[in-house]
Design a protein around this ligand. Structure first.
Ligand code: BTN
Length: 282
């Protein structure tokens, strides 16, 4: 993509250093990214990414934190990131003609989820699927969440932030009592220790590979192919409405989920409108 290789990376130490950025940089070598910034502890990597956008940081700048003390998930939920247990990172995405624009922002959630699901399969032989819109499931439990936020000046898109949190080892999992959906770490799935930087490298490599094709039919197809419960019935929770059931058909070009309702009528829901649950877990 003609991007200059970053000349530096930075670490912002705020207490005892658990991360070794040199090791992480070795793992990321050769991936066409912007600068990487490593933090021992932050509120939320998405907030740091927003600051980087405001400071004029280049496309695909990556913010990586060992620990988040105010990590957030979708719909105002908290995201738990204790030290040395998870991957928490955010990627700066700048608007670019033909790649990212107002009209395809909703595909960025798919980009993050697809990159994780595909990288887990290709690099670690972990079977993973995308619980639309933003969760990656392993063994039917949540291993990763994606949070996309966008920055505007008036109606001008300044940039978007693709934030991803991946449970690497069991310490990353929050108290199960507070969970809406069961969670799993990748180390539980493979029954061995994993290096966080290797998982990050696999995910970012896959993301960077799809990124220039965000607008393509091939991207939409790959995203759709990895949906959990495709062709199966799911329970839909729609805000302020009784739960209903539908069969997952696929995705519309804007990333909306297409389902058939029990009468056979085809309906689409945009990201943020509904929550899904498989029928047999309700
Ligand atoms: C969700 O499942 O609701 C989305 C979770 C997204 C968590 C990641 S961790 C890195 C980035 N920083 C945050 O504060 N949130 C995202």
């Amino acid at each position: 993509m003609g991007r200059e290789p970053p000349s530096h990376f930075s670490l912002t130490p705020q207490r005892v250093c658990l991360m070794d950025p040199k090791r992480w940089e070795r793992a990321l070598a050769g991936i066409d990214l912007g600068p990487r910034h490593y933090y021992q502890q932050v509120g939320s990597t998405n907030d740091i990414a927003e600051q980087k956008i405001n400071q004029g940081s280049p496309d695909l700048t990556v913010i990586i934190a060992d620990e988040q003390v105010a990590g957030r998930g979708r719909q105002g939920r908290m995201w738990h990131t204790p030290p040395d247990a998870a991957l928490a990172f955010s990627v700066v995405i700048l608007p670019q003609a033909g790649i990212v624009h107002k009209g395809n922002l909703s595909r960025l959630t798919g980009l993050g989820a697809l990159a994780v699901a595909q990288a887990l399969q290709d690099s670690f032989s972990i079977r993973a699927c995308i619980k639309w819109p933003n969760d990656v499931l392993v063994e039917d439990k949540k291993a990763c969440g994606v949070l996309v936020e966008s920055i505007w000046k008036g109606d001008q898109l300044q940039g978007a932030i693709l934030g991803m949190g991946i449970n690497i080892n069991p310490r990353a999992l929050p108290d199960p009592d507070g969970l809406r959906f069961p969670a799993i770490s990748l180390e539980e799935a493979v029954d061995q220790a994993l290096a966080r930087e290797d998982v990050l490298a696999a995910v970012l490599k896959t993301m960077v590979d799809w990124y220039p094709r965000l607008d393509s039919d091939a991207f939409l197809q790959a995203w759709e192919d990895r949906l959990c419960w495709r062709g199966q019935d799911v329970i839909l929770s729609v805000a302020d409405a009784p739960q209903c059931q539908g069969r997952i058909l696929g995705l519309d070009p804007d990333g909306s989920l297409r389902l058939s309702d029990p009468s056979g009528k085809v309906v689409s829901f945009q990201i943020g409108e509904i929550q899904l649950r498989p029928v047999d877990r309700s």
